[in-house]
Design a protein around this ligand. Structure first.
Ligand code: YH5
Length: 279
């Protein structure tokens, strides 16, 4: 039975789990992108918990295609108060989405249980911060950097290359003393991948699962859904649910999603049907 060890807590992965996304980045539509609306973010934390997420993923740096980097202090100012708020808000695992070792250690000190690193702990010092803690980690594959990764992504065999990369990162972790029970691996859909790459990875999830750690998949509202359906981001819920169920069929243990309530309901019915008993 797969479990994820995160700090003093454990996540039971016998059923598919949901990670709800909390973007702690300023809303460029309402205020020109200068301020983070703290009360809206706090309401969103309560909503994510009430809707039944197992994990909340708090991110202060946008890693969307074309996004530019944010400074360490700015990222901490966005994320740390929300970690503290989430800690007091209910029974949920707290993940912080960051590539920076300084933010990782401050987030763990503030009460985060795991780190979600789209850069798979490749920044100098990142492995050491995690090795010195008992936090969980999600190791994600990305080709290039967020700014330029979608410009012209190329692979010989995308599934083989992503599998090889994640295998190497799992080894780097275990060699540094990070137990495999603390790790998740993630193919990084959309991170230096076109539609064909993303679909090859989805169909190849059983291979990624063979690496060892449980698999996390993030496809919620992404461009791959938009391309398949010709839909804008806010119109991608049904497509995202279809992708979520396909990911779980292919072995995904955790889904990173915007629409927590809808995904939890879809997964509850899916899982009851799959195992043949009501939860
Ligand atoms: C992920 O897959 N993704 S941020 C573009 C969109 C919609 C959503 C154009 N962080 C992942 O969610 N962490 C992000 O529409 C992640 N896995 C992990 N572990 C990108 C994102 C998004 C981008």
């Amino acid at each position: 039975m797969q479990r994820l060890r995160c700090g003093t807590r454990e996540l039971d992965l016998a059923r598919p789990c949901v990670m709800g996304i909390l973007n702690a980045t300023p809303d460029s539509f309402s205020d020109g992108g200068r301020f983070l609306d703290r009360s809206a973010a706090n309401r969103r934390i309560d909503e994510i918990i009430a809707e039944g997420a197992d994990i909340i993923d708090i991110g202060g740096e946008s890693t969307r295609p074309g996004a530019t980097a944010v400074g360490t202090n700015e990222e901490m100012d966005r994320v740390l108060p929300l970690v503290e708020q989430a800690r007091g808000a209910g029974d949920i695992l707290i993940s912080v989405d960051t590539m920076k070792p300084e933010v990782m250690s401050a987030a763990l000190a503030a009460g985060a249980d795991m780190i979600n690193d789209v850069n798979a702990l490749r920044a100098p010092g990142a492995l050491e911060v995690i090795a010195a803690s008992n936090a969980g980690v999600c190791l994600m594959h990305m080709q290039g950097t967020p700014r330029a990764m979608q410009d012209d992504p190329r692979y010989g065999d995308v599934l083989a290359e992503v599998t090889e990369f994640l295998t190497e990162r799992v080894r780097a972790c275990t060699s540094s003393g990070i137990a495999q029970e603390r790790l998740l691996v993630d193919p990084g859909l959309g991170f230096g991948k076109d539609l064909s790459h993303n679909l090859q990875l989805m169909a190849g999830l059983p291979r990624i699962q063979e690496i060892g750690p449980p698999v996390l998949v993030g496809l919620s509202r992404k461009t791959m859904i938009g391309k398949l359906l010709n839909r804008e981001p806010h119109e991608r819920l049904f497509g995202s649910l279809g992708g979520a169920l396909a990911a779980v069929c292919a072995g995904a243990a955790v889904l990173r999603v915007h629409d927590v309530a809808a995904t939890v309901e879809a997964l509850t019915v899916f899982q009851a049907c799959r195992i043949g008993t009501a939860p």
